[in-house]
Every structure is written in C-alpha cells, then in structure tokens.
Write a protein that binds this ligand. Structure first.
Ligand code: ADP
Ligand code: MG
Length: 701
C-alpha cells in the first residue's frame, strides 16, 4: 500500500532539511510527512473580501483592503524611527506603519498606485492604524492569485520562527507537501460510508482543510476529517470491547433468589426511582449473557447509586458468588460499610470492612472468611486488591469514584477469580456524553438521571462579600431550626499557608458571630492528624456541633442528612465540578437545602460563568457540559489516557453530533460483520492496522 510514503521522515521534504526537521520534531512533534498533513490550521484569515476603510475597527482580526497610496514618510529618530504610509479608498484614509525593514518598504511603495493591503488593524495615537501589513500591487482585471481565499494560520513558536517557520513558513511547507505527495493520500473509509454521509474524499479533504477555496469547502473538509477521526477512535474502542467479550467468559447471574427478594420486599426503606429500576434492569440483562460486564454507572451525588450497587451484590450472592465494593478513601469505605450494614440489618449477610487501618488480627479473620466463602460482601479501599486478599468466588466488583482508579488496578481485580468478575464502576462526577463515549467507549454506560422524589432541589445563591451579614443572619435562622451547616474554604497547594490563615480568620469571625453556648463548631483541615480529623467529623455527624468549617477534605466524605446548608467561601476559586460535588453534600434529607456561594466583587469572566451556572442549575450533566466548554476536555480528570487528547480535528465540546454518527455506524458495522471480513470492509482492516501498527488489542484494555 502506497500510504507508506506518508511515513517518510520529515527531513526529506523539500525545503526542510536536517536542522528544520529537528525543530519541527521538538516543537510540533512532526516526525513524518503525515504529521505535517495532520497539522490543522487553528484559524483561517478571510481574504475572500475587501473591507472598506470606513468599516475598519481597531479590534478586528486580519482584514484585506484595496487602497491607493497617497503619501509615505519616514519619521522619528533611532528607536522611534518608522515609516508612515497613508492610503485611501472611496470611503476614507487609513494609516499604515512599519517599524522594521523601513528602507526596503519605502523603496517599494509607490504613491499613486493601488495596493492590496492585508493586516491586523490596531489603535495608535487616537486613530486606527495598520502595522506591518502585507502589501501587493493590485493588477486590475487579474484575479489576485492565491489571495482571494481563506488563508490558513498555523501555530508556531519562537524557536520555529528562528528557522523561518512562522505561520507563513509552515504554510509553504504544507503547500510543497500537498503538491508533491497529494496523490499518496489514500481513502480509508468504505464507499458505502462515504456515500451515506456524503463525505468528501480524503485527499480532497486535506487540501480543503489547509487551503479552502471558500467557507463551504472548508466546512465539508472539516466534517470529513472529524468524522474519520472519531470513526477510527470508536472503531478501536468498540473492537476492543468486542475482543474483550470474546476472550472472557462471564459469570451468569440468572437467579433472583432469597437475598435479593428478601431485601427488596422487606428491607428496602423507600420505593426505587424509575431511573434506579431501569439501571437495575440493564445490569440484570448484562449479567445473564455469559460475558463479563464492564459497566459505568453515572449518577449525580445523591441519586442513589449505593443502593443499586447493593442490590447487584445481592444478586451475586443469590447466584453463589461473593462481591466487593471498593472506595477511594477510608472515610468513604467506612461510610459504605455503615450504610450497607444499616440497610440490610443484623444477621442477614456476612459483611466486613477492610482498610489500611484494620488491625492485623481482624484482618486474618477476614482473609479466612473470604477464602472459605463465608464472607459475602467485602467493603474497603485499595486494601481489597492487595495480593494477599484471596476470594473463594468473587463474582462482582463495584468500584466507587472511578477516576481515582487506574485501568491497571481494575485489571488487578479481574485476576482475583478464574472467570473475571463483573465490573460496575460508579462515578458521581457526571461526564458530558461525548466524553463518556470516548473515555469509556469500551464500557457500557448506565445513567441515573433522576433524584429520589422526596428531594427538594437545593436552592443556590451567590453573595458578594458585602452581603456577609445577611449570610450570618441566614445561618442563625437555619441553626435555630435545628439544621447543620458546612462552611468550606479552598485549599490550593501553592498557597497552603495563606489558605490556612484564611480558614483560621474565618473561624474566628464565626466564633464571634456565634458565641457559646448553643453553638459548637467542628474544624477540619488537611493539617490535622487523621484521628483528630475523624473525631471532629464524628462530632458533626452525631449532631454535637452545628457548624463544620473545613477545607475541601469533605468533598468526597461524609453523609449527614441533617446538614442542609453549604456555604462555600471564595467560591470563585473552585472549579465547576468541585463546586457541584460540594453542593451535593447537602440536600440529602427531606428539608429544603441551600448552597451559598461567597465571592469577592471582582470576578473573571470564567469565574462569573461558573457561579452563574451553579445558581441556574442543579443538573450535574449540564454543569459538566459547561465545565468542558470552559476548560476543554484536556483538563477534565481521566481524559489523559483515553485518546481524547490525540484528537486533532474533532472537538468534543462541539462535535457531539458527528461523534454520535460515527459511533452508531461503527456499532452497525460490528453487528453485521464483527470480524470485519466482508470485502467492502477490507479497507477498514488495512487502515486500522496502519493506524495502530504493532499494537495488539489486548494490550490496550
Ligand atoms: P449517591 O448516588 O450519591 O451515592 P446514595 O446512594 O448515597 O447516593 O444515596 C443518597 C441518599 O438517598 C441515601 O441516604 C439513600 O438511602 C437515599 N436514597 C437512595 N435511593 C432512594 C430512593 N429511591 N428514594 C429515597 N431515598 C433514596
Ligand atoms: Mg455515593
């Protein structure tokens, strides 16, 4: 296959050579021809139209003007020396300025002649001025070659510029690349897909994305390349999943027995929400098929994931298996343990807690009960995947708070049984759909998108510093009603000292505002010893204190249904998903809950959007969407290992529809032709092998 040609080292491209190749590799990771081809312009400069002088504003991007030069003059001395040229069209006069290369330009510019000017307008000495425009003599009647298009702009760096590889320089290389190697760009999608989605051919698309003739062509080129990119990413993910299910047999949970029924009919203290029922059904179906389940359970804080997980574990028990649930911190693990114990009641099943701080003696007993099968459910932290821990018959693993566990740790758990256990991964950090489809494209996804009916939506307010007294007044009212309150301060690594001071000042004010007796305050921060922290938290959990002042340690922690107010200090310093997580600590009981975001008066644009979003909505998915719009997918936890960041053309924040199309068609293809054996799909096999040469599928999972 000819495509090998595009794998030629970049130094062999005409105009590159060894030293430029070196910087291209270092600065832009361009090693071979194809890398340059895939260097997508970050914007296009509109040279398809001429602007009138009177319409030019200093804040415009690059514009093109047709104007007659009326004067030129070198002004100033030494450092202030500059060439000022006046040019006019039928609407007004514009000033052009050069600070470098003055002599050369002065010689070239001829007053009286008409030029095509191209540059970025600016503001100088109270008037609009265009510094260092490109300028080219206008030839009436002749199409100004190469100019009446959208010009690509490429990201460059100082280093690259030293080698004359600014945007223009790179553009030249791309031109050469396309001229000399364009015919080597081969189609990699089957004809039936091209036809169905009316896609531009691949070679044409690369030409179109670098040098679009007009906006329509650019759009089509972008669509084609985005589609292709997302298509192959999905092909990889779904093929991975397919191989996975072919490779591993799964335990069959086909019985609904006494454990499940007894719990469901006699112990469950509330009716399940429809979303919970739906998810249970999805899991039921998935665990009967004889293949290993790998499922992500997404649900907002408080949506009731734990009880769903518990009921799945009871299903495992009904089918003769053990189950375990793993949490990222000791506090969370302990809380799960307590929750589950209180839900199932005494003497129903054998359940144990295993964390780093469980004493050796107890541990031994747990290990024994696990090995001989007496222990039904093990709750714990990372301690669960230690090599020493052996299960008799592990059938289901529940992992809470997925993004803190790596893929490797998941794999470690699989090896705890001859047949890999079913995996249910729970996350309370909602992820935008597009991200979920790529980050977890090889998992099945269930969503609990409904809160229990007895919940009142949390009311969120944004107060400025000036409204602090009002906030204290509100705190008093709520405490008088018997409620408890969190006050959270940010803790940022770089300014830990400052943050601690901030927290201590806050506590002092609080003590003044709420003098004893009657009020008690718990204080929890990162500098406390674990035991003290635990004791302080316990006081709050037991209702001995009304206010808990804390840094973000409570983020993934406690569940106190009586706590109904969350006050977040310096809220502008928190990220959106963190704010949402914190707010989720309240609203767990039946009373009306509140979240108050305190901020300084002056906010950045992003800061304002974050706080407004929080006030506007309680919906975690909507918040996650906005978060991604603000930060891009790269900053969202967990994307690093997902291939999301390799995307060059597609953008998950805007290309949801293309992604869905690509994923659907890949699913369709695998349903009809799982081996990709059909003649019309051979092209996919080839492209696939090329994209992933050497990489076998089992290595990825
Ligand atoms: P999360 O999804 O954040 O883990 P939890 O499972 O901790 O949520 O549930 C939050 C609270 O809601 C718990 O106190 C739980 O008992 C309660 N809960 C769960 N499901 C329901 C339901 N269907 N109706 C009423 N309360 C529920
Ligand atoms: Mg939970």
């Amino acid at each position: 296959m000819n495509n090998q040609h595009l794998q030629t080292p970049i130094e062999y491209l005409k105009g590159v050579g060894l030293s430029r190749a070196e910087v291209l590799k270092k600065e832009l990771q361009i090693y071979v021809f194809e890398d340059l081809l895939r260097l997508i312009p970050y914007k296009y400069i509109d040279r398809t139209r001429f602007y009138k002088v009177k319409d030019i504003q200093p804040d415009m991007p690059y514009v093109q003007v047709l104007a007659r030069v009326i004067s030129k003059e070198i002004m100033g001395e030494k450092h202030t020396k500059r060439l000022i040229v006046q040019a006019k069209d039928d609407t007004g006069v514009i000033e052009l300025a050069w600070f470098q290369g003055i002599k050369w330009v002065e010689k070239m510019v001829v007053p009286g002649k008409v030029y095509v000017l191209f540059g970025k307008p600016g503001f100088f000495n109270g008037k609009t001025q265009m510094p260092h425009p490109e300028l080219e003599l206008y030839v009436p009647g002749a199409q100004q070659k190469g100019n009446l298009t959208l010009q690509p702009a490429y990201n460059s760096t100082e280093k690259l510029k030293q080698f004359s590889l600014d945007s223009k320089g790179i553009q030249k290389l791309v031109t050469i690349l396309l001229e000399q190697n364009g015919r080597h760009i081969e189609e990699n999608l089957p004809v039936y897909i091209i036809n169905r989605f009316k896609l531009m051919g691949r070679a044409e698309a690369y030409r179109g994305i670098h040098f679009p003739a007009d906006a329509t062509q650019l759009k089509e080129a972008q669509y084609r390349l985005k589609f292709e990119e997302l298509f192959f990413l999905q092909l990889k993910l779904l093929k991975n999943k397919l191989l996975h299910t072919q490779k591993f047999k799964g335990n069959i949970f086909d019985k609904v027995g006494d454990y499940f029924n007894e719990f469901f009919h006699h112990k469950l203290p509330f009716p399940l929400t429809n979303a919970q029922k739906r998810v249970l059904k999805e899991i039921r179906l998935d665990t009967q098929r004889g293949v290993q389940m790998n499922r992500l359970l997404q649900g907002d804080v408080g949506s009731g994931k734990t009880v769903v997980a518990l009921m799945c574990m009871l299903l495992a028990l009904d089918n003769g298996f053990q189950a375990c649930i793993m949490a990222p911190t000791e506090i969370l693990a302990t809380q799960h343990y307590e929750t589950i114990k209180s839900l199932v009641g005494e003497g129903f099943i054998d359940i144990a807690l295993l964390t780093g701080s469980v004493p050796q003696k107890l541990r031994k007993g747990i290990h024994e009960r696990l090995e001989d099968g007496r222990l039904h459910i093990l709750v714990g932290t990372h301690a669960l995947i230690e090599d020493k821990v052996q299960y008799k018959n592990l059938g289901l693993v529940v992992i809470d708070e997925q993004h803190r566990f790596g893929v490797e740790q998941r794999a470690k758990l699989w090896k705890k049984a001859a047949v890999p256990p079913h995996m249910l991964v729970m996350t309370a950090t909602p992820i935008p759909r597009t991200l979920a489809m790529t980050m977890y494209g090889d998992l099945d996804i269930s969503v609990i998108d409904e809160l229990p009916a007895n919940r009142k939506p949390i009311k969120t307010h944004h107060y400025y510093e000036a409204q602090r007294l009002r906030m204290f007044g509100f705190m008093r009212e709520e405490i008088a009603k018997g409620r408890q309150i969190y006050v959270v301060y940010p803790l940022i690594q770089e300014s830990e000292k400052l943050d601690l001071k901030n927290l201590q000042d806050g506590i002092e004010i609080m003590l003044r505002e709420f003098p004893l007796p009657g009020y008690h305050i718990s204080v929890v921060h990162g500098k406390l010893k674990a035991a003290d922290k635990e004791a302080e938290m316990q006081r709050f959990v037991k209702g001995q204190t009304q206010i808990m002042v804390a840094t973000t340690v409570i983020e993934v922690g406690v569940n106190v249904p009586n706590a109904s107010v969350m006050i977040i200090e310096n809220a502008e310093r928190f990220g959106l998903s963190q704010l949402h997580q914190l707010r989720g600590r309240v609203g767990r009981g039946a009373e009306q809950s509140y979240c108050i975001l305190m901020s300084k008066e002056k906010l950045s644009n992003d800061g304002r959007i974050r706080l407004n979003t929080m006030v506007r909505t309680n919906n975690g998915f909507e918040i996650a969407e906005t978060d991604m719009q603000l930060r891009g997918p790269g900053d969202i936890a967990g994307t690093q290992q997902s291939g999301v960041l390799d995307l060059k053309v597609a953008d998950l924040t805007t290309d949801q529809e293309v992604l869905q199309q690509a994923r659907n068609v890949v699913i369709e293809i695998f349903e009809k032709d799982p081996q990709l054996a059909a003649p019309e799909n051979q092209i996919l096999n080839r492209a696939f092998q090329q994209k992933n040469d050497g990489l076998t599928w089992d290595k990825i999972s």
